[in-house]
Design a protein around this ligand. Structure first.
Ligand code: PLP
Length: 359
């Protein structure tokens, strides 16, 4: 792929964040973005890196009316020895292809996805923060364009990638979260698009998460749509429960996102000697486990949220505390192992970490 690069003069570059402690999540964007079009009959054309700027799309574009949109989220890490590392980026590329197929979009080929990211991140390497817990978040996005109304898949697509230096996803960093177990609204249904990373799922989640936040909770823990009985996932994380030293996580039932951190944590936990079960977990079993003391830890997993301990669940008017609202031993061990791998501090025996350049 021949990527054309439209460079800015040094004097036109943005100034970097003043310090990494206030980075937060997704508030600052770098100088450049990647764009590429797909047109029926032509294929993927015009790969380009140009200054970060508003997009120009037709007001009749399919994405604006029928939500034909998918995205991904991954991070570039600054290793202490100056290497630029990505964590399992091919998994994001593959998941984006699966999401594309689910909502009838033209999939971005894996090698295009990886080359676009590698080239853009290398060009923008001055933006990769180096403090522990910080990284350069990468947001590849695919939208249906075109200029005709009517419900149909678009015949033109725009793939773009933007970058944002980030710190902790949740205010307060690595601290136990309080989750609101939602029993009125649902996020997705069986047979729906829950397993695809498409914007509509997130739009559907907004009302419940705003309600939860207004009551002082960090995020919503979703239950299944059919019976509102089984745990699904959290706003931007998959969920794990620890029962008597055994890790249990909801099975990939089609309505939850197959998280890459989820799959990594399953492998890491097994390598640390823990048993892991993927199966339906009811809210009743969860609350009984907390009451009996068999359920000792709950944590969420996600690229943005890394591994986030859960300190309490609020369900139908009652608050249930887990592990005295403290970070659990297994949560802490898995967090450390994952972060050490991502920042290149320990040996990567799974071949997950990809070195894409030098600072
Ligand atoms: C709804 C949802 N579930 C789970 C996850 C975790 O997925 P991953 O570990 O691939 O980041 C995300 C991440 O963005 C998400 O949005």
């Amino acid at each position: 792929m021949q990527i054309s690069i439209e460079k800015l003069k040094d004097s036109q570059l943005k100034s970097l964040y003043p310090n990494t402690t206030d980075l937060g999540f997704g508030k600052i964007f770098t100088d450049y973005m990647f764009t590429m079009y797909y047109r029926r009959g032509e294929g993927w054309v015009e790969p380009k890196i140009s200054p970060y700027a508003p997009l120009q799309i037709d007001p009749a574009a399919v994405v604006l009316h029928y939500s034909q949109e998918i995205f991904e989220g991954l991070k570039a890490y600054h290793a202490a020895d100056g290497r630029i590392l990505l964590f399992r980026p091919e998994q994001n590329a593959k998941r984006m292809m699966v999401s594309a197929q689910r909502i009838c979009m033209e999939p971005v080929p894996e090698e295009v996805f990886l080359e676009a990211i590698t080239t853009l991140v290398n060009l923008e390497k001055r933006w990769i923060p180096r403090d522990c817990g910080t990284s350069l978040y990468i947001r590849p996005t695919l939208i249906g364009c075109g200029d005709a109304l009517g419900i149909h898949p678009a015949d033109e697509y725009l793939f773009f990638v933007i970058l944002s230096p980030v710190g902790a996803y949740f205010k307060g960093g690595f601290r136990p979260l309080s989750l609101y177990v939602e029993d009125t609204y649902v996020r997705t249904v069986n047979g729906g698009v829950g397993a695809a990373k498409t914007g509509g799922n997130y739009a559907a989640s907004l009302m419940a998460s705003e309600k939860a936040k207004s009551k002082g909770f960090t995020q919503v823990l979703w239950l299944d749509a059919r019976e509102q009985k089984y745990l699904e996932e959290v706003g931007a994380m998959n969920i794990f429960l620890v029962f008597d030293n055994k890790l249990v996580t909801p099975n990939l039932n089609g309505s939850i996102l197959p998280g890459i951190t989820r799959s990594s944590v399953i492998t890491l936990a097994k390598s640390l000697g823990y048993e892991v079960e993927e199966r339906p977990i009811s809210i009743t079993e969860t609350l009984e486990g907390i009451a009996s003391g068999h359920l000792t830890e709950i944590f969420g997993t996600g690229t943005a949220a890394v591994i986030s301990p859960v300190g309490s669940l609020f369900y139908q008017g009652r608050n249930y505390q887990i592990n005295n609202n403290q970070v659990g031993r297994i949560t802490q061990a898995l967090y450390q192992k994952l972060v050490d791998l991502q920042y290149g501090k320990i040996k990567d025996s799974n071949g997950w970490v990809r070195n894409i350049g030098k600072i």
